[in-house]
Design a protein around this ligand. Structure first.
Ligand code: SOE
Length: 408
């Protein structure tokens, strides 16, 4: 293992789902990879003193604070890891970059294109002074995804014709699920589109090497009013539609984001693409699936089987053709040699450890990690285009009901 005494002292803001996933990765990365620097889990920040103290103890952080500015102002913090809701990404990342810190920011980069542009410009300025920045599109670091990208780059699929991406969850199908921050535009920026749609936008651009150049979209909010979360009296005053109550007399608020987004896209290499991001795909828990069709074959990635790829090689003799299953666990694959022998599969959390590995390596060797804030800005521009397309309903042609057509 690494004998280096070079430390990278990390300050993380946020301690919920992503804070826990990132903590697992910071705890693990130097235990499995021999790196030129060691991460020190120095400081965790959260607004609630009791909860952040518990998180520090449970997740393995040296100290805690309730003011994110402490993370920025401490000279002995080298890296700022932003794991908060989207409405604070820009403020925290801009302050961290101005203070010369390296910054890892969860996806999507920001809630608006304007914020993402400012963050990208600040990252460029900080880069000149040696500060590195990266956006947390962790699925790029699943070995099967890196293999998908390599197969396409090596021409195994030929000319890419179709990209077909879905990311489906169902955690808010129950209309009684409360109005949490992910369902509020001013906190999250958007709903399924920015939260999980951002992943498939980044992932498909990453594996194909192509950029989305145009979209036509529809979005829907199926459940428009939800009960306020417990203990959110203060929240009620700030919410759209606040003051209404449901059939049980419980206070409700208006959902201000999409529950689902569906769009078609063109990519700059000529491919046609379809994207679906939904939190109402009943029965689908975290179902990300990407299929790429090319002139010489197809490849499929399914997050629920993240150690595998399905590959169709159209160059094989027709009698031998069919989708084959590739088990992506051999040591030759990126990241895999540090884990277990072939066949001993890895999971969702390993992608975060791989992310921290690459970030530490980039900082220690002075190279810019990917995805950069500029890469994440490109995703933000696509999110914005999808939102605008859905709002104006561009190129939407109504289909008259059959009976009406007959009556005409
Ligand atoms: C949504 O619930 C979510 O937590 C996303 O925010 C994460 O980015 C994704 O990895 C898992 O699902």
């Amino acid at each position: 293992m690494s004998t280096t005494d070079k430390e990278l002292r990390v300050g993380m803001v946020g301690y919920a789902f992503m804070g826990a996933a990132h903590s697992q990765a910071w705890r693990t990365v130097n235990r499995v990879y021999d790196l030129p620097a060691r991460a020190r889990m120095a400081l965790i920040c959260g607004r609630d003193t009791g909860k952040v103290a518990d998180a520090a103890d449970r997740l393995g952080w040296d100290a805690y604070t309730t003011d994110w500015r402490d993370v920025i102002n401490r000279d002995d913090i080298d890296v700022v890891d932003v794991c908060t809701p989207g409405d604070s990404h820009a403020e925290i990342a801009l302050a961290a970059l101005a203070a010369g810190k390296h910054v890892l920011c969860e996806k999507p980069l920001a809630n608006t294109v304007a914020e993402a542009r400012a963050m990208t410009a600040a990252a460029e300025t900080a880069r000149a002074a040696g500060a590195r920045s990266m956006c947390g599109f962790n699925y790029r670091r699943v070995p099967a995804v890196t293999m998908m990208r390599q197969m396409i780059a090596d021409g195994r699929l030929g000319v890419i014709r179709h990209v077909r991406a879905t990311y489906l969850q169902d955690w808010i199908v129950d209309p009684q699920f409360p109005l949490v921050w992910r369902l509020q535009k001013d906190r999250a920026g958007s709903g399924a589109l920015g939260d999980i749609g951002a992943h498939i936008i980044d992932l498909t651009q990453f594996v194909t090497g192509q950029r989305i150049t145009g979209v036509s979209a529809v979005t829907e909010t199926f459940v428009k009013e939800r009960p306020l979360p417990a203990g959110s009296s203060g929240l009620a005053a700030t919410l759209d539609g606040a003051g209404s109550v449901d059939g049980n007399g419980s206070p409700t608020g208006t959902v201000t984001v999409d529950d689902a987004a569906v769009f078609v896209a063109r990519l700059d290499g000529g491919a046609l693409a379809t994207y679906e991001a939904s939190r109402f795909a009943t029965g689908r828990k975290n179902a990300l699936r990407v299929e790429i069709n090319g002139s010489l074959g197809s490849v499929v990635f399914d997050l629920e089987r993240l150690n595998e790829l399905e590959f169709y090689d159209a160059t094989r003799p027709s009698v031998e053709q069919g989708f084959s299953r590739i088990l992506v666990t051999e040591g030759e694959h990126p990241y895999m040699s540090a884990w277990w022998p072939p066949g001993h599969i890895i999971g969702y959390e390993h992608s975060f450890t791989h992310q921290m590995r690459d970030f530490i390596e980039a900082i220690a060797t002075g190279v810019d990690p990917a995805p950069s804030f500029a890469d994440a800005l490109q995703v933000q521009l696509v999110l914005d285009a999808v939102t605008r397309s859905a709002e104006v309903g561009s190129s939407w042609t109504e289909v008259a009901p059959a009976l009406a057509a007959v009556a005409v």
